[in-house]
Design a protein around this ligand. Structure first.
Ligand SMILES: Nc1ncnc2c1ncn2[C@@H]1O[C@H](COP(=O)(O)OP(=O)(O)OP(=O)(O)O)[C@@H](O)[C@H]1O
Length: 244
């Protein structure tokens, strides 16, 4: 993926070779500028590749987008301040004129993220973590098989983040979705993932892929498991190798 810039070009990604199986939880980790967001945006058809090949569920990213094959959760919750929680989750269903009982569907998504009691609240009445849960419910409204998440918990405190990690894992196990998750945190990546994709910059590429052999359900004990430390060390070493 090459971007034109004044007086030249930036090679954002080169040699990003990756196959993701249905139902996997994949984390992308790497230093600033290594192309994590670019890779996610390519998969989501928010930008078009300048080279190489990319398919989502066996079809082009554009076809996957038109089929509403994925939900996208951004770094900031990006909720409509004048709409309450329920109508924020309803919004994509209304815009796309989805048939059926939309409210029941939106409420079901709010239940999944544990916010069923807050449907009448407005975004400004919620904490940052709760707002991010609303945006996850909104991304799930279409029941897409795929969920793209770009550093969704980066701005939250450590304890809230750990709690949301647990919730996200529960949700992933309950729904069987495929998740591609961008993070800067080694422990978050190892805790959540079935595989951690370690990327390095200039040009952005995949340095290595670390399979995470930790049993489910994962919880506080997981972080004490020697396998957790071993995987975190492996990820750290790959990141260091990229820096060298
Ligand atoms: N639209 C664009 N135009 C020009 N250059 C771009 C554009 N989008 C990304 N880039 C460049 O591509 C490279 C990868 O950017 P990207 O945002 O994917 O990195 P990242 O790994 O997500 O970084 P961060 O961790 O800081 O979010 C960077 O050098 C960036 O400057």
């Amino acid at each position: 993926m090459v971007f034109p810039v004044p007086g030249g070009q930036t090679v954002a990604l080169q040699g990003a070779d990756l196959d993701i199986a249905p139902g996997e939880f994949i984390s992308l980790i790497g230093p600033s500028g290594c192309g994590k967001t670019t890779l996610l945006r390519l998969m989501a058809d928010l930008i078009r590749p300048t080279g190489g090949e990319l398919t989502v569920g066996g079809e082009s990213p554009e076809a996957a987008r038109r089929r509403r094959a994925y939900g996208y959760v951004f770094q900031a919750p990006a909720l409509m301040e004048w709409r309450n929680v329920l109508s924020n989750v309803l919004l994509p269903l209304e815009v796309m004129n989805v048939p059926g009982d939309r409210k029941a569907r939106a409420r079901e998504m709010l239940r999944l993220v544990g916010l069923e009691k807050f449907e009448r609240s407005y975004p400004w009445q919620l904490s940052g973590g709760m707002q991010q849960r609303v945006s996850i419910a909104r991304a799930l409204a279409f029941d897409p098989p795929l969920l793209f998440m770009d550093e969704p918990f980066g701005a939250l405190d450590e304890i809230t983040r750990e709690m949301l990690n647990l919730e996200l894992l529960r949700l992933w196990r309950e729904t069987g979705k495929t998740v591609v998750f961008v993070t800067h945190s080694i422990s978050e990546a190892v805790f959540l993932s079935s595989r951690v994709v370690v990327m390095t910059a200039r040009p952005g590429k995949i340095e290595g892929i670390v399979p995470i052999d930790l049993p489910h359900p994962r919880g506080d004990d997981t972080r004490e498991d020697p396998r957790f430390f071993a995987a975190a060390t492996e990820v750290r070493e790959l990141l260091r190798r990229g820096h060298a």
